[in-house]
Design a binder for this molecule. Structure first.
Ligand SMILES: NC(=O)c1ccc[n+]([C@@H]2O[C@H](COP(=O)([O-])OP(=O)(O)OC[C@H]3O[C@@H](n4cnc5c(N)ncnc54)[C@H](OP(=O)(O)O)[C@@H]3O)[C@@H](O)[C@H]2O)c1
Length: 325
């Protein structure tokens, strides 16, 4: 089969189209003929040598695909050969075929194309697990999403809006703010032109927000604390602004704040299977009713994966970038 490998750590051009043997599905796994594969920021970190695949995972990049089950243990997940699924992977999506644990597969939602479905797993598993499970965002609460225009951000904004929460977000330009506000968010903040702490305080009449989904960290950690409501929760999922920041512990103590975080990729299949069940129950009906929709920024043929990475690193994407074998 054709696949895109990371020939050495480095710039986008190190992504090379190669011939690889077809992967084989083991117990509890299915072989998928890939129709489309999502590109995610962690793939960029992997390409640079900063995010190695977990033990046992494919060395090929690619954390999510949509396609057709062609063989394997489909029945273990309630599927059959020929079914169209989208799947969360620990690696190997940049290829014509890939193997996925069947419990990490979900049906392609009715009404969605393969390209749209390929953009679902990585961001929906991440957002559900961090915003609703770890962050415990509940009815009537408010959410601030940093990086609102990213793949993760557009998913968090849409999902929390559809769940009836008040949603604020930050993005790096007025155009990006407008594009994400159009997805239903209550208010976007251009963090290059405005101080998000002051904006959130003013939007919430001094109360602050209940949950913050943060992909920046660094000096955002201290600033997030300042615009968190009493009993508020910060969930850190990336360190785009650096790992270290200043924490005022007295605020955590007096206002009962929580700072948590997680990484999805190294978690066991059983953990991801639980998220898949919740997505099927709570989120797939919203997708099938057209209430939320993955935002696709661009598609590239598989052999142009390097162009997809260059686009992601330029930071112009609003939503997802997808590869098509
Ligand atoms: N922990 C997990 O389990 C997990 C899972 C998946 C992804 N992630 C992480 O989540 C992040 C988003 O992933 P993605 O695939 O959605 O990536 P993406 O589409 O490339 O988005 C990254 C976003 O971060 C914003 N950004 C970059 N540097 C920033 C900075 N210094 N300050 C503020 N905002 C900044 C950019 O928005 P603006 O230009 O508008 O600022 C951009 O939209 C990545 O860092 C990824 O590694 C974590």
């Amino acid at each position: 089969m054709k696949a895109v490998e990371i020939s050495q750590p480095g710039a986008p051009e190190v992504l090379k189209l190669v011939e690889r043997p077809m992967p084989e599905a083991g117990p509890g796994e299915v072989l998928i003929k890939v129709a489309a594969a999502g590109v995610n920021r962690p793939d960029v970190f992997q390409r640079k040598g900063a995010y190695p695949p977990p033990p046992g995972a494919s060395d090929l990049p690619g954390l999510e695909v949509a396609g057709e089950i062609v063989s394997g243990d489909a029945a273990a997940g309630g599927f059959k050969v020929g079914d169209k699924v989208c799947a969360l992977l620990a690696g190997g999506g940049y290829a014509e075929y890939c193997v996925a644990p069947v419990e990490q597969c979900l049906p392609v939602p009715a009404g969605l194309s393969d390209i749209e479905a390929a953009g679902l797993p990585e961001t929906y598993f991440t957002v559900w697990s961090n915003v609703f499970d770890r962050g415990r965002l509940s009815q009537g609460e408010s959410l601030l999403v940093h990086g609102g225009a990213s793949g993760i951000g557009t998913t968090a904004v849409q999902l929390a809006t559809a769940m009836g929460n008040t949603v604020y977000f930050t993005a790096g330009s007025d155009d990006r703010v407008s594009a994400v506000e159009a997805l239903g968010a209550d208010r976007g903040i251009n963090y290059r032109a405005q101080d998000f702490v002051e904006e959130i305080k003013s939007l919430t009449e001094g109360r602050g927000v209940d949950v913050i989904l943060d992909m920046v960290a660094g000096d955002y950690i201290g600033r997030n604390i300042k615009c968190l409501a009493d009993d508020g929760r910060i969930v850190i999922i990336a360190l785009l602004g650096g790992a270290k920041g200043e924490v005022d512990a007295s605020q955590i103590m007096r206002r009962r704040l929580s700072i948590t975080g997680s990484t999805l990729r190294p978690r066991p299949v059983a953990f991801k299977a639980e998220i898949a069940k919740k997505l099927r129950e709570h989120v797939w009906p919203l997708l099938e009713a057209g209430k939320i929709k993955p935002i696709i920024h661009a598609t590239f043929p598989l052999e142009e994966a390097w162009k997809a990475h260059a686009m992601m690193e330029a930071g112009d994407n609003i939503g997802k970038i997808i590869l098509v074998p």
